[in-house]
Design a protein around this ligand. Structure first.
Ligand code: 9Z3
Length: 357
């Protein structure tokens, strides 16, 4: 679960900017022009959330894309994985000037998507707008700007010889994926977009039964301001102080597992910063939602260590210092094959559960 830093201006601003008066979630926004909170504590149910919020405009178009994608890959006998990736924002105003964001760059999701594609899965990559994407992530704007790899001479512009080999390999996989049509990218920005899109996707993908996997790596906001309590216009600074009161984001893993897509193989991530809390919180999530695997990770070590927790027990995937710092092995190259293996077992065992159609 993720709370965030308060950012100003529009979604292009990827660096969270701490607002001097931002307070820990405490009170809808109270300021000169905004309504005071009347919220009661505790999360609203997913059902109540969807009933009281308007779906994003892009939803029908995205649903159509998902439907066509799923039909095609079902027909061709491919498994499908829905990967969620990147952070969600929480707007403070309907005409949004400010929003709360979190740290996630989408590395986990984008990297994992590549390994799923390599293993023959069709991937629905549901990601935060402008976060990292499969393949292009190697030449993103935050590191390794692509211009660094290029040189110009009188014949034109080329990739510098030292980078050719790596780029050829990435480009090859990228083109292969494009040709096979195995990657569908869908965007969200706010936690609201995310919730609606995930529900819609799950309801469509559910026809794949056990052949669908969910890999929920997005860093989802825990708190939000409900539509009926949100200021329409830019919050004014007149009072010199900003108090925020936020509701808890509904827990959608429960309806996902029980109602939207009951036969799928579902993996959620649990993020903590306090090492002492991680095992208990991960196990609690598994029990509470009844899905298949929780992957626990800590903010500071998430690229080197993850814990896989399921009903049978716990295992760890850990890179050695040599693998991490010298060989630059990506931990997702170990996570994804392990999950695919377990997905295969899940599919095989569906007969025993009496779930095979
Ligand atoms: C994770 O724990 C991911 O591994 C990270 C990846 C967000 C840490 P990056 O994008 O980071 O590579 O920079 N994601 C899940 C976090 C989360 O919000 N989980 C929720 C929860 O624990 C809902 S499934 O309640």
């Amino acid at each position: 679960p993720v709370n965030g830093a308060l950012a100003t201006h529009h979604h292009l601003n990827r660096e969270p900017v701490l607002h001097p008066a931002s307070a820990p979630a405490a009170a809808a926004i109270s300021g000169a022009s905004t309504p005071a909170s009347t919220s009661s504590p505790g999360p609203v149910s997913a059902e109540a959330y969807f009933a009281s919020h308007v779906a994003p405009k892009s939803l029908p178009e995205n649903a159509e894309k998902i439907r066509a994608f799923v039909d095609r890959h079902m027909h061709e006998g491919r498994r499908v994985v829905l990967v969620t990736s990147g952070g969600t924002t929480v707007p403070l105003e309907t005409l949004t000037v400010r929003f709360i964001d979190n740290f996630s760059a989408g590395t986990r999701g984008a990297t994992s998507a590549e390994y799923f594609l390599e293993q023959g899965y069709a991937v629905i990559f549901m990601h935060r707008q402008f976060s990292l994407q499969p393949y292009s992530r190697h030449y993103s704007h935050t590191k390794n700007c692509f211009l660094e790899f290029m040189e110009a001479d009188e014949d034109g512009i080329h990739v510098m010889p030292t980078y050719v080999e790596k780029m050829r390999s990435i480009l090859g996989k990228y083109r292969e994926t494009q040709k096979a049509g195995t990657l569908l990218s869908l965007e969200f920005v706010t936690v609201h977009d995310y919730l609606f899109l995930l529900r819609e996707a799950a309801q469509i993908i559910s026809k794949m039964d056990v052949h669908a996997m969910y890999y929920l790596a997005a860093a989802v906001s825990d708190f939000f301001i409900p539509a009926d309590k949100m200021a329409e216009h830019k919050i004014q600074s007149g009072d010199g102080l900003l108090n925020l009161s936020m509701d808890q984001v509904p827990k959608i893993l429960k309806p996902l597992v029980n109602d939207w897509t009951p036969k799928a193989f579902i993996i959620s991530f649990k993020l903590e910063t306090d090492e002492a809390l991680l095992p208990m919180k991960s196990r609690q999530a598994l029990k509470r939602y009844g899905h298949q695997i929780v992957i626990g990770n800590l903010l500071t070590t998430r690229k080197r260590v993850v814990h896989l927790i399921d009903m049978e027990g716990e295992s760890e995937i850990r890179l050695t210092a040599e693998e991490d710092e010298v060989q630059h092995i990506e931990i997702e190259s170990r996570i994804v094959p392990e999950l695919i293996q377990r997905h295969s077992e899940w599919i095989e065992a569906c007969g025993k559960r009496g779930e095979c159609g």
